[in-house]
Unconditional design. Structure first.
Length: 555
């Protein structure tokens, strides 16, 4: 039938059918184009895209080429195989519930005709072609009767996260267990964390001070608060912090510390500070002890007297330990006596000389045993009951006594002691070690000064004997040059010291002709044999010859 013979209705129906065919062609073209786009996306994506059967015995039906770059397989090596073959055994149990959920969702859709959300995200370990495990993040959904998975390799991210986690754990472990007291501060000096050693040193727990500003008196004495704020300001401005000062414990005790600080850098940004507090009490005490020992040694080498040395020792020790009541006792075993050449005491000024062998005093106990002694009233009573001590001097029910022997090598030459009548807790075990440590230097200083004074006394005695001898004496050096003569020599020979000092005795001064060699020979005998006694002739200043008896000895 020709078009002109068709009715209007027929023509409209044909036009409608033609439009439907055109629409189908357009839809088919769009589908082809859309499919091409999806194919290009799948084949060029860095993520791995897979299609699997929609059942519990899933098999790969499509694998994108990027799988080779991710886990080393060609797509063909995976097609038709179950993904469970490549998944870590411990992670398989994560997948089964998800697959069951997909199946249940599909059944619900068939029964109700409603769409239910099926997108799921899961991470598991996937074995690559070389046998290494990769951490894979999967996002899955249903497409018709298949499952679509988009997979991304998180292995490097996981390694980075693990390294960061391990680094954080190491930092926390080092921070918490550092032998130094550490505090982690934000940029405003508020406390974020403290180490165990900080708690031990200052007495505060983290719960007590977290969030508090460290410069607002927490560990600062009142006169150090502004100092703390200044140090925090320097810290924020990037200045190096290396400082010695005083800080306060929770119980109020003040002690010397060394403070250093460093910024915490995270992602190249300053994220607070870590400050280190070192208790330098022992170092400061050691430095103080060295200063005191040097001062005592210096005093012993100076021209002060032994009595002045005792005063100096007392003064120096007073900077280390309470020496309000102090004495030095010395023993002379040959004389069998204990004397107290120096003593300062609030209650007792009677320090009599004691019989060393018979005495049962506290000082005698230290001298005889060669051991230091910290004596409380309780211990004093116990030692009296045992017959080791007897009561000498003044004491109270609150007395405490601390003494240490003065030793040079194994020899005990005396003792030093301090005591209190009012504070039974004044001295402790650490003070025993302190006093014992300094006592050896004190002993050396005392012996040195004793030797010096003995020598000075000996020299004075020698000079006195030389000057006042009834015999004519001349003091010569090894070359027979005159060092000194006594008044009797001047009377006998007529020479004064200023006329003959430095002259050689054997150069004819008091020798008649022919007696010079004899004089030289006598000097040689005195030097080699130590002594001679000889009668001969000598000459006075006026030329008079007279007989003499000469005796000589070396010094």
């Amino acid at each position: 039938m020709k078009d002109k013979e068709k009715t209007k209705e027929q023509l409209q129906n044909e036009l409608t059918e033609l439009r439907k065919k055109i629409a189908k062609l357009k839809a088919a073209k769009k589908f082809v184009k859309s499919e091409e786009i999806y194919r290009l996306i799948a084949e060029n994506s860095s993520d791995v895209i897979t299609l699997q059967d929609f059942n519990l015995q899933a098999r790969y039906r499509y694998v994108s080429p990027s799988v080779k770059d991710t886990v080393g397989y060609e797509p063909e090596e995976l097609i038709g195989k179950s993904p469970f073959k490549f998944i870590h055994p411990d992670d398989k149990k994560k997948l089964l519930p998800i697959l069951k959920n997909y199946v249940n969702t599909k059944i619900k859709k068939l029964l109700t005709g409603k769409e239910f959300p099926t997108t799921r995200r899961i991470e598991f370990r996937f074995k690559d072609k070389e046998g290494n495990w990769h951490y894979i993040q999967n996002t899955g959904n249903t497409i018709g009767n298949q499952l679509l998975f988009v997979s991304r390799d998180l292995t490097e991210i996981k390694k980075t996260e693990e390294a960061l986690r391990q680094s954080q754990e190491e930092f926390i472990s080092i921070f918490k267990n550092s032998p130094e007291a550490l505090v982690y501060l934000d940029e405003k000096a508020n406390i974020l964390d403290i180490s165990y050693r900080f708690t031990e040193l200052f007495g505060y727990t983290l719960e007590e001070i977290k969030g508090r500003n460290i410069d607002e008196g927490t560990i600062h004495p009142l006169n150090k608060i502004e100092e703390g704020k200044r140090l925090s300001k320097n810290r924020v401005e990037g200045q190096s912090l290396n400082y010695e000062t005083v800080r306060k414990k929770k119980d109020g005790t003040l002690f010397p510390v060394h403070i250093s600080s460093a910024p915490v850098i995270i992602n190249k940004k300053k994220n607070g500070f870590i400050s280190v507090y070192q208790d330098i009490t022992k170092r400061k005490q050691s430095e103080k002890i060295q200063e005191i020992l040097y001062a005592i040694s210096k005093a012993a080498g100076s021209h002060i007297s032994l009595n002045e040395l005792y005063k100096s020792i007392h003064q120096e020790l007073g900077a280390l330990i309470d020496a309000t009541n102090f004495f030095i006792g010395l023993v002379d075993e040959k004389e069998n006596k204990i004397s107290f050449p120096y003593h300062v005491d609030e209650k007792d000024d009677d320090f009599p000389i004691l019989n060393f062998n018979e005495s049962s005093s506290i000082t005698a106990w230290v001298l005889k045993t060669g051991q230091p002694l910290l004596l409380t009233q309780k211990k004093f009573g116990e030692m009296i009951d045992k017959g080791e001590l007897n009561l000498i001097g003044t004491g109270t029910d609150k007395s405490i006594w601390l003494g240490s022997p003065l030793k040079i090598g194994d020899k005990t030459i005396g003792a030093i002691a301090v005591q209190s009548y009012t504070n039974p807790e004044l001295y402790s075990e650490k003070d025993i070690k302190l006093l014992e440590f300094v006592s050896s230097q004190v002993a050396t200083a005392i012996e040195r000064k004793q030797t010096e004074e003995s020598l000075r006394q000996s020299q004075q005695e020698f000079a006195n004997l030389f000057k006042n001898s009834p015999e004519a004496l001349v003091y010569l050096d090894e070359n027979s040059n005159i060092i000194n003569i006594n008044p009797r020599f001047t009377e006998l020979f007529g020479y004064t010291l200023d006329k003959v000092k430095g002259r050689n005795l054997n150069n004819g001064m008091i020798h008649p002709p022919g007696k010079t060699e004899e004089g030289k020979n006598l000097d040689k005998i005195a030097l080699s044999k130590g002594y001679f006694n000889y009668e001969t002739i000598r000459k006075k200043k006026d030329g008079t010859l007279f007989p003499v008896s000469i005796s000589g000895s070396n010094i």
